[in-house]
Every structure is written in structure tokens, then in C-alpha cells.
Ligand binder design. Structure first.
Ligand SMILES: Cc1ncc(COP(=O)(O)O)c(C=O)c1O
Length: 387
């Protein structure tokens, strides 16, 4: 495990209340929308010596087992709204109006699984085709989940960056409309919409805490692949003097944000070759250019963890009835890793003690059911008591 304290904060753009409400109001119109549960992990909090650990369970989002549909759906809505000259309303998105605005479109993206399923889902709701590019070695269950939304899946010869290149090529020649969650020079708008889309999750947390009479967390762990998800936390919790401390979590084999922070030149850096990790959703070699500056300027620390911590966190979450996949459990895994490997860092630099309230986000459920069973020894249904 590795940790790095991030010293410099500069200006993090604050999303306007309009942005947050625009995103939230849009999601509320989608079929199957419901706030995902916010659950207290009482046993883990006792074992790890903190006041409370809350987990926001995104495994329950839209029945898709991951949070990603929040970003993909909002990005597609923003694009169609632009096409309509700014007049398409959220209520009209999945009606004839939205369908007409997208009638020439084939949607596309690169994915480790979850984002691709989200893009395929929104394409299906609009009645449009989708072509999804996945890295070599993708788990069959994740490929099938995307195909079950009616999309075509193409497995490329290479890692995630290669899948991104293949998807981009289809976009450049005008064949596809690429809904990529990673920004690079010349392709920044759509990833920004996706980052905004994730704000709903944090908005729900703030409402749920308010309704339960609970105060805000002191510390939030955010697992990162290209960093789009983590950057949305930087936007939502934009004031470091008032808002929780933010910690980025990556697999130690593929920690492009950690390495970028370590380089200290303010630039995003790619990792030479893809390492192996069970945290497939976090297996990304290059930080998103739209996400990196927000993370660099707002996050308090970067943590890189070994896979066995993710497995331990999945088991601990299962004991408390939460089905978390490998990437989903990464936030709790980082807390476990710090408690075991760097307790002084946790106490002195991150100021964690028995009065600290921690928020983690379970970003996926058992998206690879076989892998889940191998690690937890139970199926998702057994964990949730629906045997
Ligand atoms: C389950 C899960 N968690 C977290 C992430 C990280 O999101 P990002 O790539 O935006 O950093 C992903 C990305 O695919 C994911 O699938």
C-alpha cells in the first residue's frame, strides 16, 4: 500500500446550484429512478475505530448494479438538449422528441464494463443501437450484461487505452456518437457532462443525511479509474475549509492518479502498461484530462492498495448485508489498508479518530457474480438474505 499527502489546493470551480438541481431533476424523470440506500456499517466502524462508516449503495442504481448510468444518461440528455437548441426538457427526453433528436445516432464508448452497460441502457431507452469496446480479458458476465441491453460488444486486442482509441476512431469518422467518460485534448465536453451527472449521488447523500438528522462526513474515500467519479466529489465538496477531506483510492498495479500527483508537475501521467487487478473498473492507465485538475486541486491524499484489501472489504460489506463488487469495495478497502499499514498517517495526517465519520461509496454490486462468489463465498441473494 502507498499513501501520498496532497498539499496544494487551488481554485476548484464550484458547480452552481443550478447544475446540481438540473442534474438531479433530470435523473428523477428516468424510469426506475429511486435514491440508492445510505447504510451504516456498524461492525466495520467498531472494528476500525471510527464513529461511523456510511456506505452509499450504488449497486442498486436503476437495476444496473453500478452508479455509471447517472453520468451516461445526463451526458446524452445534454447532447440532445444542445441539438434541440436548448429547449428539450427532462420530461421530453425519452419521448418522441428525444427519439427524433437521436434518430441518426449509433452510441458508442470504451468500457471495463459498467460505463458500457450504462451507455447501452440509455441507447436502448432511446431505441438506438450501441457499439461498445472492451479491453482484452474482459469478464464474460460483464460482456453479457452489455449485450443484454441490445448493444454490440467488440473486445479489442489491448488494454483500456486501446479500447478508448478504438471507440474514438469510430467517433472521428462519424460512424458513432462516442459517450466517453475520459477527457483528452479535443474531447472535453461529454466527459464534463458525465462528471456533472454523478452529482446526483452526492445530492442524495446530503438529503438523506438531512432527513436522518445526521451531520456530514469528515472524510470521503473515492475509488478512481480515470477519475471522472472522484472529480464529481471534488465539485460537490468544493470547499476544503468546510467540506469533508477527500481521499483517492486506486489499485496499486494501475494507479495513474497517484503517479500523476507524485510527479508533482501538475500534469496527468499515463502508466506504461496495464497491470493486473481484480478491481476491473479501476484498471485505467490514463487520468481523464477533465477530471485530473479537479482532483489535483481538491483531494487531500492518494492511496494505492493491493487487491487483497478489496477482497477483505467485500467480505466485511457482505457481513453487513451490502453486496459490493471488487471496485465497489475499494473505498472501505483503503480505510482497512491504512488502519493496518499506515495507522500514524491515518491519525496524524488524515486526522482520523473515534469521532470521525466516514463515507464510502459502493460503486458496484456483483457485476462478476462468479468472481464475487469466489471471494465472498456467498451469492448476492444469500448476502441480502433472499435465499
Ligand atoms: C465500479 C466502478 N467504480 C469506480 C469506477 C471509477 O470511475 P472513474 O473511471 O470515473 O474514475 C468505475 C469505472 O469504471 C467503476 O466501474
Amino acid at each position: 500500500m502507498k499513501v501520498l499527502l496532497n498539499s496544494g489546493f487551488s481554485d476548484v470551480p464550484v458547480p452552481s446550484p443550478y447544475d446540481v438541481e438540473d442534474v438531479f431533476n433530470f435523473h428523477k424523470t428516468l424510469p426506475g429512478y429511486a435514491p440508492t440506500p445510505l447504510i451504516f456499517l456498524n461492525q466495520a466502524a467498531r472494528a476500525l475505530g471510527v464513529e461511523s462508516i456510511l456506505v452509499k449503495d450504488e449497486g442498486k442504481r436503476f437495476g444496473l448494479k453500478a452508479f455509471k448510468a447517472l453520468g451516461a444518461s445526463y451526458a446524452v440528455f445534454c447532447l440532445l438538449r444542445e441539438r434541440s437548441g436548448g429547449i428539450l426538457t427532462p420530461d421530453e427526453f425519452l419521448t418522441e422528441k428525444g427519439r427524433q433528436l437521436s434518430e441518426d445516432v449509433t452510441f458508442s464508448c470504451a468500457t471495463d464494463g459498467n460505463h458500457g452497460r450504462a451507455v447501452a441502457w440509455i441507447a436502448r431507452l432511446l431505441g438506438r443501437p450501441a457499439v461498445i469496446f472492451m479491453p482484452q480479458g474482459s469478464v464474460p458476465a460483464r460482456i453479457e450484461a452489455i449485450e443484454s441491453e441490445g448493444a454490440e460488444v467488440i473486445v479489442v486486442e489491448g488494454g483500456y487505452d486501446e479500447a478508448v482509441r478504438c471507440a474514438a476512431a469510430g467517433g472521428e469518422c462519424g460512424k458513432h456518437l462516442v459517450i466517453a467518460d475520459t477527457g483528452y485534448p479535443g474531447y472535453m465536453n461529454i466527459p464534463r457532462y458525465i462528471q456533472l451527472g454523478y452529482l446526483t449521488l452526492f445530492r442524495e447523500v446530503s438529503l438523506q443525511l438531512r432527513d436522518q438528522g445526521e451531520r456530514s462526513p469528515d472524510l470521503v474515500f473515492l475509488q478512481a479509474g480515470v477519475g471522472a467519479f472522484a472529480s464529481s466529489a471534488a465539485l460537490f465538496f468544493s470547499d476544503p475549509s468546510r467540506d469533508p477531506r477527500l481521499i483517492s483510492v486506486e489499485p496499486i498495479a494501475v494507479d495513474c492518479l497517484f503517479r500523476s500527483a507524485e510527479a508533482g508537475d501538475g500534469q496527468p501521467h499515463s502508466i506504461e502498461s496495464a497491470g493486473q487487478t481484480i478491481m476491473a473498473g479501476l484498471n485505467c492507465e490514463t487520468p481523464s484530462h477533465t477530471a485530473w485538475p479537479l482532483i489535483r486541486d481538491r483531494f487531500n491524499a492518494f492511496v494505492s492498495i493491493e487487491d487483497h484489501y478489496a477482497a477483505e472489504a467485500m467480505q466485511r460489506l457482505a457481513v453487513e448485508g451490502v453486496v459490493a463488487g471488487e471496485s465497489g469495495a475499494a473505498g472501505l478497502a483503503a480505510l482497512i489498508a491504512l488502519r493496518k499499514g499506515k495507522p500514524e498517517f491515518l491519525k496524524e495526517k488524515l486526522r482520523v479518530n473515534h469521532t470521525t465519520r466516514i463515507l464510502v461509496i459502493n460503486t458496484e454490486a456483483d457485476t462478476d457474480p462468479d468472481g464475487y462468489y469466489r471471494i465472498v463465498g456467498k451469492t448476492a441473494d444469500e448476502v441480502e438474505g433472499i435465499t
